[in-house]
Design a protein around this ligand. Structure first.
Ligand SMILES: [Zn+2]
Length: 85
């Protein structure tokens, strides 16, 4: 099961593309989907994910994805790699 965090409020959820159980944020746009995909245990280990969780929870800032990561994610976004839900 994918461990993911909400890009808006930082709470943990169990899939990249499911609506957030806390703030109800639903990744619809390409940017939101990329960020959601990035904020999972596919791209971060447990410690890094926890750090991001704390960062987003405390900062209240919208998470921004770097251009380099975005390219990598777009490259990886093949059907076989999309293990969500
Ligand atoms: Zn949320």
């Amino acid at each position: 099961m994918t461990k993911a965090i909400c890009w808006k409020c930082g709470v943990f959820k169990t899939g990249s593309f499911i609506p957030c159980p806390n703030c109800n944020a639903d990744p619809i746009t390409e940017d939101e989907r990329l960020i959601s995909l990035f904020l999972t245990d596919h791209y971060h280990d447990e410690a890094a994910l926890n750090a991001l969780h704390v960062q987003i929870r405390s900062g209240g800032k919208k998470y921004q994805i770097s251009g380099e990561h975005e390219k990598k994610l777009l490259f990886n976004q093949q059907p076989n790699n999309l293990c969500v839900f």
